[in-house]
Every structure is written in C-alpha cells, then in structure tokens.
Write a protein that binds this ligand. Structure first.
Ligand SMILES: [Zn+2]
Length: 435
C-alpha cells in the first residue's frame, strides 16, 4: 500500500507534521488500518464513548470495521444512521445528531461531505472532539473549519471547530462511485485556477498573497496526474494519492486562514448552481463535478487573457463599455429575488469599482500583462490537460454532462461574479469584455 511519510507518523503526526505548520489536527492517517488507528486515537485521548454518525450506504463501506475496532478497545458506541436516500445536511439534522451525542465523549463520522459536516456541526455545538472516517475522496473539506448546511432552507457555510483527527482506508474509499472520486480529483485540480485568481488579485489589486500555502503541494499534483488511469480504474493505491492531495489542499486553506488558495471563479460558478438549487429546487451535481467543469472554463479564460498584448487593452473603450449599476441590480434581482438578492448586492457593492478605480485597474492590467505572463503560469495547468485528467478519472468535463441545468450553468458564467466579494477571473474576463 502506497503511503507518504507524513501519513504514517501515527501518534507523532501532531508533533512532527501538524504543529510546526500551525495545523490544529491531532491525527491524520491514510491506510488499510485506518479503523484501528481511529480507535487507538480515541483511547489515547481517553475518549471512552462515542456517537457513530453515518448513512446506510457509507455504513456499508466502513461502518462495521470502525464499530468493531472501537468495541475492541472497550469503547462504548451509540449509532445515529441516516437512510440510503441522498439528503441535504441542515441545521435541524445537526441538532438531531447533537441530541444523540449528549453524554458521550466524542463523535465519529463514517461518510462523505454531508455526514462529516453534520458531525462537525454537532461536535462544535457540544464542544466534543470529532474524528472523521471519510468514505469518498470527493472533496477537500474534511480538514476545513467550516460546514455547509442548510439553515432555514438556504445553504450557508458556517464556521466550526475542525475535526481532531481524520482516518481513511483507501480500500473502503475505493468502493465509492467513480464519479465521486473524479469529483475529488477535480476539486483538487481547481487550485490551478483558484490560485491563479489569487495571485492575479495580488498583482492587480494588492490583495495579500501568501506563498506558504504552496509548501503543501510539492510533487503531489504531478503524482495525481500520473495516476489518473489507475484512479479511473478505482485502484486503492491510486485512491490513496487522491486522499493525500485532498488533505493537503485542505491543510493549505487552514494555514492561509482563508479559502482563497482553493476557491476562485470556478467555485463561484459551482456555488451559483447550488444557490439556484437551494432557492428554486433546480438540480445540482456534486460539488467537485461542477467545480471541475468550471475550472476548465476558467483556465481557458486565463489562457486567453495571457495571450493579450498591451495594445489589446483599450482603457477608454473598456471603461465606457461596463454595464450600468441599474442593469447589474436588475440581473441580481432577476436571479435571486428581493431577500437573497439584497445579500448578493451587498457582496457586489463591496467589490464593485467606481469609474476612476476601474480605469486605474485596467491601466494596471495593461502595464502588468508581461509580469502576469511570467508569474501566473507558475500555478496554472493547461485547460486541456485538466480536462483529460478529469475525463480519465470518470468525471464530467462539459456543462452538458452535469446533472444541473445547462441554462443555469451558462447564466453562472456571466453572473456568478456578483455572488461574492472576492476578485476572480470571472470579473477580469467581463471587465475586458472577454466573456
Ligand atoms: Zn471545492
């Protein structure tokens, strides 16, 4: 079984890897003995009883192994198992989990994003440590200090204490649908476009850029790309590489204290589809699937931007071609209605540039195109390569292949820029009338 050094440190993980990097995690382990490691970890922390949260599908993947391992160390296990149908996490369900966990020492989640978010949210409310046993390599949020749950019907990202430990068995993770693994690969590769957005916002708008986030990615992207055919065949050794990449990507966000290293224009497009789904009941796809298709789009935009010459940036003409405030307001109202529209408008008003600021911005873009051409490719991969890798792993690479309305995806390309105050390539592309 392939395993990098940092994931086989066991009890020394915190001391040797996490603490020197400012990471709050006490344990992290990827290997076939993950269930036993999880049980050992709880015992070492003197956590003698726990609530095991899962759903019927995920429980089949690894729940029994985890329960057996916990019981073997003498731990008392109570179970809270959701059904087999897919469901959205909500504050109400997190409250149910918290009630089930009352009086116990810890919460253990066996599952993917939703189950882990419910466990983290309940653990946060009860101030209980949480250990995660991911059953899918589908996204990079296992290490995050936020949860994505529906609150009064609308999806919100809420701050929470991150999990104390993460334990994954690649053989169990390999039993997840291939589409989920491909989503994880795409979510990891999206950092090519998100970091490019972040670096560009540093060059064009003086947003602080922290290259420390890069320390985590040494070599892993190349390994992931090289393993694409085996990932596509669901081989556990290759799935371990995906898990490693997702955990590292999660760590980089914790260290940056922001999602900027891993959430740029491509994530806005995905959030737009999720918000539409929450508000109007339209279908949406896995986070990573949507992000992957959008990453290919954003990288293509960057490729076009970096092929421009300074003479192509006509500041006067571009400044005159911007949509009027009333037009943008109408688009936002049209998309979101009065209540959500007011919040979206607030995000946009924070980011929006007045006419002199926009002229300064366009002038700076024109003057720094050469520098951008030198520096931005450091984080980029060719859009065609990212598409090939996602395809080889079994994921969607075009809007038509997503389980979300194509019309909404097309809307998102134009209008997702308004939903968040962070500068991304979606802003730049429209400022210079590329998209
Ligand atoms: Zn993501």
């Amino acid at each position: 079984m392939y395993c990098p050094d940092w994931l086989t440190l066991g009890d020394s993980f915190h001391e040797q890897f996490a603490a020197p990097r400012g990471l709050p995690f006490l344990a992290c382990h990827v290997g076939v003995d993950a269930a036993a490691q999880l049980a050992r970890f709880l015992r070492a922390q003197s956590l003698r009883s726990c609530l095991l949260v899962s759903d019927a599908n995920c429980y089949c993947a690894g729940g029994e192994d985890v329960t057996t391992a916990l019981c073997a160390t003498g731990a008392r296990v109570r179970e809270h198992i959701f059904g087999a149908e897919s469901f959205d996490g909500s504050d109400t369900l997190a409250g149910d989990v918290a009630r089930s966990a009352e009086g116990l020492d810890a919460i253990v989640a066996v599952g993917a994003g939703t189950v882990c978010d419910l466990a983290k949210s309940a653990g946060d409310a009860l101030k209980l440590p949480v250990a995660l046993y991911p059953t899918a390599a589908s996204m990079n949020g296992y290490t995050s200090s936020i949860t994505a749950l529906k609150v009064r019907g609308l999806k919100r990202t809420l701050p929470c204490t991150p999990a104390a430990g993460i334990f994954a068995n690649p053989e169990h993770v390999a039993t997840a649908p291939q589409r989920m693994t491909a989503a994880g690969v795409a979510d990891f590769l999206s950092k090519c476009s998100s970091t490019t957005d972040w670096r560009a916002s540093h060059l064009l708008l003086d947003v602080p850029f922290d290259p420390a986030a890069r320390q985590f990615f040494e070599g892993i992207q190349q390994r992931l790309i090289a393993e694409a055919p085996r990932i596509g065949r669901g081989e556990p050794e290759a799935i371990a590489v995906v898990l490693e990449a997702l955990l590292l990507s999660g760590f980089s966000m914790v260290v940056a204290g922001s999602s900027a290293p891993a959430s740029g224009g491509e994530h806005l497009i995905s959030h737009y589809l999720d918000m539409k789904s929450a508000l109007y009941g339209t279908s949406h796809d896995l986070h990573g699937s949507q992000v992957g298709v959008a990453t290919i789009h954003c990288l293509k935009l960057w490729e076009r931007i970096l092929s421009l010459e300074p003479v192509d940036v006509d500041v006067d003409q571009l400044a005159a071609a911007q949509p009027a405030d009333e037009q943008v307001h109408a688009w936002i109202q049209d998309d979101w209605g009065a209540e959500v529209g007011a919040e979206v408008q607030r995000q946009w008003d924070t980011k929006k540039m007045d006419a002199p600021a926009l002229r300064d911005f366009l002038t700076r873009l024109r003057d720094r195109l050469q520098q951008m051409r030198r520096e931005l490719p450091e984080d980029m991969l060719p859009a065609s390569l990212v598409a090939d890798v996602i395809l080889e792993c079994g994921g969607p690479v075009a809007a038509e292949q997503l389980q979300a309305p194509v019309a909404e995806y097309r809307n998102a390309l134009q209008r997702a820029r308004y939903i968040r105050d962070r500068f991304t390539v979606l802003d730049l592309a429209q400022d210079i009338r590329l998209a």
